[in-house]
Design a protein. Structure first.
Length: 243
């Protein structure tokens, strides 16, 4: 087996395991490593294509738990945020955007761990529009739009199944929306389609392992897992921005 394919497959297993447990993290993890082998543009396309089949399959069992009136707010914000992020990308140094995102995530994690339990009221749902816009903007600018969305959904007082369902619903719609632009700009090459097909099996292997863990953890443990992944993602983003 080609060594590059082997390494990409192993990374995909890890990423899909993380997403199988938490509902997100697939793209953030892979975009931290795939560009080393493929370059940023091809890595972006491959992660998006592999993520579509993977996320749709994960989403189907949770579809009845989705709170669509909440997810719709986030999607509306995302639809505006993505083109805004692309506009910002061509005008502002990518490093500053990455530093801003990494700092935002760490501040949220600190807030959730230290202060969330003191606040009895649920976060106003109107913040869903802002989270969607922020996530879309970062997705358009630096391909790391998940954390603001995760922060919003995890701040709501829902059980782990509903939180994961909302995340998967958003990610599914976002990936399909992004795929339209990938096709329009003719970024999907034959090589990317072949790589996507090859990575399907590793992605499902990791996902099944992650789902097995998900069914065995409590809501509190799930929340801490999400916060841990967010913190690690923030550190990775900040380190990449620094170097």
């Amino acid at each position: 087996m080609n060594m590059e394919i082997l390494v990409l497959s192993l990374l995909t297993i890890i990423a899909s395991f993380i997403a199988g447990v938490s509902g997100f993290g697939f793209a953030v993890f892979l975009m931290s490593f795939f560009p080393i082998f493929l370059g940023v543009k091809d890595a972006n396309v491959l992660v998006s294509l592999a993520g579509i089949a993977f996320t749709v399959y994960m989403f189907v069992p949770f579809r009845r738990k989705v709170r669509w009136w909440i997810v719709a707010r986030v999607i509306a914000g995302m639809a505006v945020g993505i083109p805004a992020g692309v506009w910002v990308l061509v005008r502002i140094d990518e490093r500053f955007l990455s530093i801003g995102l990494g700092t935002f995530i760490i501040l949220y994690v600190v807030y959730d761990l230290l202060f969330r339990h003191r606040i009895k009221k649920q976060v106003p749902l109107i913040f869903g529009y802002f989270a969607g816009f922020l996530g879309g903007a970062f997705a358009g600018a630096i391909t790391a739009g998940g954390p603001p969305i995760v922060a919003f959904f995890s701040s709501l007082k829902y059980d782990k199944e509903t939180t994961k369902a909302n995340l998967l619903a958003y990610i599914t719609v976002a990936l399909l929306y992004k795929a339209v632009f990938l096709v329009y700009y003719r970024l999907i090459t034959q090589q990317m389609l072949v790589y996507t097909a090859v990575l399907l099996i590793p992605s499902f292997i990791g996902m099944l392992g992650g789902k097995a863990v998900f069914t065995r953890i409590s809501n509190d443990v799930f929340r801490k897992v999400v916060l841990g992944i967010l913190f690690i993602a923030a550190v990775v983003i900040l380190v990449k921005a620094a170097f």
